[in-house]
Each structure stands twice: as C-alpha cells, then as structure tokens.
Design a protein around this ligand. Structure first.
Ligand SMILES: CC(C)(COP(=O)(O)OP(=O)(O)OC[C@H]1O[C@@H](n2cnc3c(N)ncnc32)[C@H](O)[C@@H]1OP(=O)(O)O)[C@@H](O)C(=O)NCCC(=O)NCCS
Length: 145
C-alpha cells in the first residue's frame, strides 16, 4: 500500500470507502467541509492506495494544542492485513514531526470492537474524562450528504 496526502479529487472515493467501512458520513463530510479541514491540515490527511485504488483513509487534525484522528477506515476487502496499522503509523510520525504532545480520537460506543485495534497500536482509554459537545448552529449540523 502506497500512502499519499489526500487531495480533493479523491473526495467521492473516500466517501464511498467510509460508507463501505461503516463510518457515519455526516454534515462535516460535505465536499466543502472536507476541503476546509484539508486546507487547515495539509499533510495530515492521508490515503493509502493499492493499484491506484484508494483502500484506506484517515483524517489527522492539529488545533495548535492537541492532535485529532477522524474517520480512519480500511476497505473491508483489505482489512486485517496490516494496512490500518500502516496508515496510522505514518500519521503518528507526521504528528511527531510537527511536535504534537498528545493525540485524541473518539470511538462511538456501537463500535467497541475497534478499541482493541487501537490498544494494539499503543493507544490508551481515558476514563478520567467526560466528553461533551455543543452545536452552535443546528441548521448546519442537520445537513445530510
Ligand atoms: C479499524 C480498522 C481501520 C483496522 O484496520 P485493519 O487494516 O483491519 O487493521 P490491521 O490489519 O492494521 O490491524 C493492526 C493490528 O490490530 C489488530 N486488529 C485489527 N482489527 C482488530 C479488532 N477489531 N480487534 C482486535 N484487534 C484488531 C490486528 O490483528 C493487528 O494486530 P497485529 O499487528 O498484532 O497483527 C478497520 O477495521 C476499519 O476500517 N474498521 C471500520 C471503520 C472504523 O471503525 N474505523 C475507526 C473509527 S474510530
């Protein structure tokens, strides 16, 4: 698998891949929003290709203090072959190079089996935190793609 920086021409391919892998595609995944996070984090949004087909994707983000990982997915036809680990290793290396101290990610509770995948990669569960969210504009959040 060859890892490259994501470019917007692959937008349709990654949305298809996310859906195939069971990722909830929402209001933050429209073409405009994906373009926005790409521009804010050039170099942290990665795809993995085999024979020119995109088989993995991960969005890395850095807000100036913490790193974040969003929407990691490997095409189900290619899972359990080490590609998830490979693209995550590459992303972690990129975070390390820009001096990020700590990286967070969120796992939806219906998707608990993925916890062991991340544990395998050295991630730790935080049971000292409560995650809270606020939606500043409910109309924006309602957008479906
Ligand atoms: C999670 C996901 C990216 C893993 O990708 P993958 O390519 O299958 O994972 P890898 O083959 O690189 O696995 C790396 C290691 O984790 C282990 N692993 C993978 N999936 C696992 C699971 N569900 N439970 C336990 N261990 C798992 C592998 O056995 C492997 O261990 P090893 O290196 O000791 O052999 C993939 O299953 C996926 O796309 N899932 C659906 C989308 C999703 O849930 N994304 C995460 C959102 S938070």
């Amino acid at each position: 698998m060859k890892i490259e920086k994501f470019t917007i021409e692959y937008y349709e391919e990654i949305v298809t891949l996310w859906r195939k892998a069971g990722i909830n595609v929402g209001s933050s995944d429209t073409l405009e929003e994906i373009d926005k996070i790409l521009r804010r984090n050039p170099g942290l949004f990665l795809i993995g290709k085999i024979d020119n087909k995109v088989i993995s994707v991960v969005i890395g983000g850095f807000d100036g203090r913490r790193g974040y990982v969003h929407h990691l997915a490997v095409d189900p036809d290619y899972q359990k072959k080490g590609y998830g680990r490979k693209i995550m290793d590459e992303l972690i290396e990129k975070f390390r190079k820009i001096g990020v101290h700590k990286i967070h990610l969120f796992i939806e509770k219906y998707n608990k089996e993925v916890v062991d995948f991340y544990k395998n990669l050295g991630w730790e569960i935080r049971d000292d935190l409560i995650m809270m969210s606020y939606i500043p504009d409910k109309n924006l959040y309602k957008i479906r793609i």
